[in-house]
Design a protein around this ligand. Structure first.
Ligand code: MRU
Length: 352
C-alpha cells in the first residue's frame, strides 16, 4: 500500500503530493503550524487524509507544550489553527472534534499521560480510516460489473486517505475480486489530481487507466465508452447533496442524461448531519494563480479575472447511491442516511 502519512514518534512524514508523479519526495512536519501549512499548500489533500493529518497536527502541537499551566488554552489554539486550513473537508472538522473530545475526557491527567492519550487517538484515527476504506470497498464492489469502464474525478485513492481509498477503493476491491474493470480518469483542472495522482496510483496497482481532459466525458458517454461513474466527496448534507472536486456536478448531469449510474463513496464522517442541504456547505475558494497557470507556467493574461471554487455541489437527485462503510444508501437520502446513523449509534452502544 502507498505511504500517504506516517507518525514517527515526534514528527510526521508525508509524501509531497504536489510533486507527484515526477518525484517521490517526503516532507517532515514537526509542529502543528507546519502541518496546517502542508494542508493549505496541498502537500497532503483529500478529505480523509486531511482529517488524519490534522489529528497528527494536534498530537505534534501538544508534544511541544512543556508547562501544564495554560495547556487548555494552548490546545484550543492548536485546534483553531488547523480548523482554518480547508473549509469544505468535513473529515477535518470531524477529526478535530474527536481530538477535542479526547482532551476533555483526559483533562485531569498529568501532562505526560495526557500527551500519550492524544497521540494514541490520532494513531487510532489513522488506523480506523484504512479499515473504513476497506469496508467501503467491500460494499461498493458489488455495484461494479465485470467489464465496466468507470469514470472517476479527482483523486480518491490511498493518497487521499490514510490508505486504500474511497471511490478508488471501490474500484480496487472490484478489480481485486477478479472483475475486469478499466478506468477513465478526468485530469481534474486546475491542480490535476486525476492526471498526476489517480493515474500514478492505478498504474502502480496495474488497473487499466486512460486519462481524459475534463471536457471529454460527455463525448465518451455518447459513444458508450463509459458504463459507470464513481467519485468521492468532501462533505454531504443530510439530504444527500454532495460537495466534491469542482467538475463533479458536470459529470453527474452528464451521467443522468446518458442513463449511467453515478455513485459517491465516502466514510460516514464525511456526512454532515448538521446541514440540511448542499447550499449550506462552505465552498473553498483558492488562489487565481492556480487557474492562470498550467504546470507552473502562466497560460493567460497575468491579471485576467479568475474564479476558482475548489468544489461544487451535486444535488442528491443526480446520485444513484452513496456507498459508506456501513452499507449502501439509496434515495431518498434524508431517510436512508438517517437510518444509517441510527444503525451506527446502535452498533456503538452494543460494542461498549
Ligand atoms: O482539493 P482536494 O484534492 O483535497 O480535493 C479532493 C476531492 O475532491 C476528493 O474527491 C475528496 O476529498 C474525497 S477523497 C477520498
Amino acid at each position: 500500500m502507498l505511504p500517504t502519512i506516517k507518525w514517527k514518534k515526534d514528527h510526521i512524514v508525508m509524501i509531497d503530493q504536489r510533486k507527484l508523479p515526477e518525484e517521490e519526495v517526503y516532507v517532515e512536519c514537526r509542529d502543528h503550524i507546519q502541518v496546517a501549512e502542508a494542508i493549505e499548500k496541498m502537500v497532503i489533500r483529500g478529505a480523509p487524509a486531511i482529517g488524519v493529518a490534522a489529528a497528527f497536527g494536534v498530537a505534534l502541537g501538544i508534544l511541544k507544550i512543556e508547562d501544564d499551566k495554560h495547556v487548555e488554552e494552548e490546545y484550543s489554539r492548536i485546534i483553531q489553527r488547523l480548523e482554518r486550513t480547508r473549509p469544505t473537508a468535513r473529515n477535518l472538522f470531524w477529526a478535530l472534534e474527536r481530538m477535542r473530545k479526547i482532551f476533555e475526557e483526559n483533562r485531569g491527567l498529568a501532562l505526560s499521560r495526557l500527551k500519550q492519550s492524544i497521540i494514541k487517538e490520532a494513531v487510532n484515527i489513522e488506523r480506523e480510516d484504512i479499515e473504513t476504506n476497506r469496508k467501503i470497498g467491500h460494499w461498493g464492489k458489488s455495484l461494479l460489473q465485470d467489464g465496466d469502464s468507470v469514470l472517476t474525478h479527482c483523486n480518491t485513492g490511498a493518497l487521499a486517505t490514510a490508505g486504500y481509498g474511497t471511490a478508488l477503493g471501490v474500484i480496487r476491491a472490484a478489480f481485486q475480486e477478479g472483475k475486469r474493470i478499466s478506468v477513465y480518469a478526468d485530469e481534474t483542472r486546475p491542480l490535476l489530481q486525476g492526471a498526476r495522482l489517480t493515474c500514478w496510483e492505478l498504474e502502480k496497482e496495474k488497473i487499466p487507466v486512460t486519462l481524459i481532459t475534463d471536457n471529454m466525458a460527455g463525448y465518451l458517454m455518447q459513444k458508450g465508452m463509459i458504463s459507470t461513474v464513481v467519485v468521492g466527496a468532501d462533505r454531504i448534507a443530510r439530504n444527500g447533496d454532495t460537495a466534491n472536486k469542482i467538475g463533479t456536478y458536470t459529470v453527474a448531469v452528464l451521467a443522468k442524461e446518458h442513463g449511467l449510474p453515478f455513485y459517491v463513496a465516502v466514510p460516514t464522517q464525511t456526512i454532515d448531519v448538521t446541514l440540511a442541504e448542499g447550499s449550506e456547505i462552505p465552498v473553498e475558494e483558492r488562489s487565481a494563480q492556480e487557474v492562470r497557470e498550467f504546470g507552473g507556467r502562466c497560460v493567460t493574461l497575468p491579471r485576467v479575472n479568475v474564479e476558482n471554487p475548489a468544489f461544487d455541489i451535486t444535488p442528491a437527485a443526480y446520485i444513484t447511491a452513496i456507498i459508506t462503510e456501513k452499507g449502501v444508501c439509496r434515495p431518498p437520502y434524508e431517510k436512508s442516511l438517517k437510518e444509517l446513523f441510527k444503525r451506527k449509534k446502535r452498533m456503538k452502544k452494543d460494542s461498549v
